[in-house]
Design a protein around this ligand. Structure first.
Ligand code: DGL
Length: 263
């Protein structure tokens, strides 16, 4: 069982920003990755649709022997992680915007959150603010369009810059000194984002924390692999050729073949 793979999924390629942290921290683990790119963006879909997709993908990964699941998507975690945990008795790691670390890090007392509409609307996000924001002012900004850019492999250029300026301007004007990247697609836009921000703005994301949480859970269930890891398996419900083209931009792992996901 220990040598079985860890199953990771997202609405698309964003979860690769989490997958790379898992690969870095846990090189002995075999990994399976599902990009649900045929249904991207989750951020504009109903919680019911996201739950139904998450259930189908979880079953697909379990049928391929997954010993643990990582929901590498803030939006799917908000909509579906409780349902997945109720259905399956294996470690299931979800993720949420890094409100707690950002609230400790801010010096201005104002934190900005860039995330999807679905995440920002969710009850889980409201509960996160209640629990961790304390006296810190949290300003939120939905970012339609950014996910689609990353899905196309468009990580810089005039269109990306215009969107990033539009979405960060109100947060900077509100006095934010710490910006949470609350969607797993956004870390891939850091190189385009950083030059648009004052030098002292901190960017916070949760990929590395999710990898550490996976390590803790695998150890707790005595499921840590010894290795060597098998080649990572990739599936997409979208256009395979697009993922095959975009993958080398986002994934430093070994060359990979993408298979068709038909669930
Ligand atoms: N990458 C996802 C997240 O972390 C969702 C993006 C989307 O499909 O809207 O929220």
């Amino acid at each position: 069982m220990r040598e079985q793979p860890v199953g990771v999924f997202d609405s698309g390629v964003g979860g690769l920003s989490v997958l790379r942290e898992i690969r870095r921290l846990l090189p002995a683990e075999s990994l399976l990755y599902v990009a649900d790119s045929g249904f991207v963006p989750y951020g504009e879909k109903s919680p019911e649709v996201i739950s139904q997709r998450s259930r189908a993908i979880a079953e697909f990964l379990l049928a391929r022997g997954a010993k643990a699941l990582v929901v590498a998507c803030n939006t799917a975690t908000a909509a579906a992680v409780a349902d997945l945990r109720a259905r399956h008795a294996l470690p299931i790691i979800g993720m949420e915007p890094a409100v707690k670390p950002a609230s400790s890090a801010t010096r201005s007392g104002v934190v900005g959150v860039l995330a999807t509409t679905g995440t920002l609307r969710s009850a889980k996000f409201a509960a996160l603010l209640d629990r961790f924001a304390g006296s810190v002012k949290v300003v939120t900004q939905p970012c339609p369009g950014l996910v689609e850019c990353v899905e196309r492999g468009e990580l810089s250029g005039a269109h990306v810059t215009a969107l990033l300026v539009r979405y960060t301007q109100p947060l900077l004007e509100a006095g934010c000194d710490t910006l949470i990247l609350g969607c797993t697609h956004y870390p891939f836009l850091k190189p385009a984002l950083q030059p648009l921000l004052p030098a002292d703005i901190q960017l916070v994301d949760t990929g590395a924390a999710v990898a550490r949480q996976l390590q803790v859970k695998l150890a707790e269930f005595d499921l840590l692999a010894q290795g060597p890891a098998a080649p990572t398996g990739f599936w997409s419900s979208g256009d395979i050729e697009v993922l095959q083209r975009v993958l080398p931009l986002l994934w430093e792992g070994q060359a990979a073949t993408v298979q068709d996901l038909s669930v």
